[in-house]
Design a protein around this ligand. Sequence first.
Ligand code: NAP
Length: 357
Amino acid sequence: MAEVVKVEYDPKGMPFRLLGSSGLRVPVFSLGGWLTLGGTVVGDPVKEIIKVAYENGINMFDTAEAYAKGKSEIEMGRVIKELGLRRTDLIVTTKIYWGLRSGPNDLGLSRKHIIEGTKECLERLQLSYVDVIFAHRPDSTVPMEEIVRAFSWVIDQGWAFYWATSEWSARDIEEAYSVAERYNLHKPIAEQCQHNMFHRERPEKEYAPIYKKYKIGTTVWSALASGLLTGKYNNGIPEGSRFDTNKDFFKNTLQSLTQEEGLAKIEKVKKLTALAENKLGCSPTHLALAWVAKNPNTSTVILGASKPEQVVDNLKALEVIPKLTDEIIEEIEAILGNKPEATPTFGRSALDKFGRL
Ligand SMILES: NC(=O)c1ccc[n+]([C@@H]2O[C@H](COP(=O)([O-])OP(=O)(O)OC[C@H]3O[C@@H](n4cnc5c(N)ncnc54)[C@H](OP(=O)(O)O)[C@@H]3O)[C@@H](O)[C@H]2O)c1
């Protein structure tokens, strides 16, 4: 059936970056569906969020088979159709690992689940391909050769253009690379990792050699630490917020917010807020998003939003990126006090804060 295109894509000034080592250009801010689209947000509001994102230059959408047990993909697919978005204008990514049934092969990265799972993702999304298929987690119970071959097969079928990893260790990514090189298979192009002002070791230190060797790029998740960095949790848990609507999932986080570690984070958010407002004329939300986007290893920051207004507000971070001078970054470091220790260079001049000369 011919595609019915109702809206022409206008980037509205959205900057684009290469997705890691690939030639694919992705918007600096994209939109994801974890917990929200198909979860706490269903029906028309999903359409409003995606429409507002698209009208403001976001043409990349991330989901996963596991999100809302497949409902996130169903909602996203429905909305893409209903809004009449042109497939070639879009970058759609999904992730494989946690399947929807409980059989022994419905979970993980066996060839069987990668292939059957991807097929089902495409059915739910009503698409014939996704742009990038992610391995949502590593699977140490499956030989790496089987994993890389299965993702390569998915690409060769035309079901995805690229494959990538999510929350894999640098060592696992290295292994996938060497297997792909040895057998002339498709290499992973990116890593979908958590990166925010409170979560830095893996993206800033562990992956440093991977960025350099393989030009892996990141599609960052939870840049706002699920909302903590907006300041909305400074004085308790607002009704209807993520920590309120997903109490079980965030049980440990909620507990920590009443203890020393969590309270120290809130204090830092308050200091970041003062810095953002007084020196940059922005909110802590914009500062936190711009800080992740400024990192040259970040290909895209995946926004999460439960309301269309949040998408519009978060995109103001684009104006803050150029304002993050070395002096401001130093002030942020002084507040955070959690900069990962540099790898020793034993007398050689050190690399810059992004691990570059
Ligand atoms: N690969 C992985 O393992 C993995 C894991 C997690 C996420 N992801 C991906 O990354 C995406 C983003 O992650 P995330 O949703 O955790 O990102 P996030 O930006 O840390 O959190 C998003 C949440 O913060 C709140 N928020 C956002 N903007 C706000 C604003 N301007 N003012 C006040 N509150 C605001 C909203 O929650 P409320 O309004 O409900 O409070 C929103 O749903 C996901 O959708 C998913 O695609 C991937």
